[in-house]
Design a protein. Structure first.
Length: 202
């Protein structure tokens, strides 16, 4: 690993894109200044540093998938959510290239070249929030609502308009069965038929 870093690190040190060398355990053995600027991680005295810093349970699946990719010993692309050493969130899109044994590397590792997409993600999330607020305002004025069904779990997701129409709080534990119960008894067979048709065509 040290010989590989000594030979190739100078090539990637000047890159404007974040570059790093990561082993299959998620430890960073080398990183350029561009990555340090994004993450705050600085490899001092050539001691490896842990890549994954996030402790958000909501992103647990994201970095579990990333860790799984590290064990494949094959190149991959991945969009990773992480925390900087200062506790700030960032998103990085990684192009991870497996370093073959022909390079005489003594430990399995990847050379990763990244793109900081934090601003893009933040802008997209803000747009999504604005669209959601617009939808809720429109449905409230039109006294309408919409919902969707997860056919695997049977759970339903309601917009604010549906809660308002049924005059129930957001703490209601709703699903396919009790959601249908809100419809008029004479109309329930129509909803059930439409759902069964949609599920069959899925």
């Amino acid at each position: 690993m040290k010989q590989f870093i000594k030979k190739y690190a100078p090539v990637f040190s000047g890159f404007h894109s974040p570059c790093l060398i990561v082993d299959t355990h998620g430890m960073i053995h080398w990183a350029n200044q561009a990555f340090t600027k994004v993450s705050g991680i600085h490899i001092q005295d050539k001691e490896p540093a842990l890549f994954l810093q996030t402790q958000y349970m909501g992103e647990l699946q994201n970095w579990m998938d990333f860790s799984r990719n590290l064990t494949t010993e094959s190149s991959f692309r991945f969009t990773l959510f992480n925390l900087t050493t200062r506790g700030q969130t960032y998103w990085i899109e990684l192009d991870a290239q497996w370093i073959p044994q022909t390079f005489q590397i003594d430990e399995p590792a990847f050379l990763m070249i990244g793109t900081d997409i934090t601003k893009l993600k933040s802008h997209t999330e803000k747009e999504l929030i604005n669209l959601t607020n617009l939808l809720n305002d429109s449905q409230r004025m039109g006294k309408m609502g919409s919902w969707e069904l997860d056919i695997i779990t049977g759970r339903t997701t309601w917009t604010e308009g549906v809660y308002a129409i049924h005059e129930v709080g957001r703490d209601l534990d709703h699903n396919k069965e009790n959601g249908i119960a809100f419809y008029h008894p004479e109309d329930q067979h129509i909803i059930i038929g439409a759902l069964e048709k949609a599920i069959a065509e899925f």
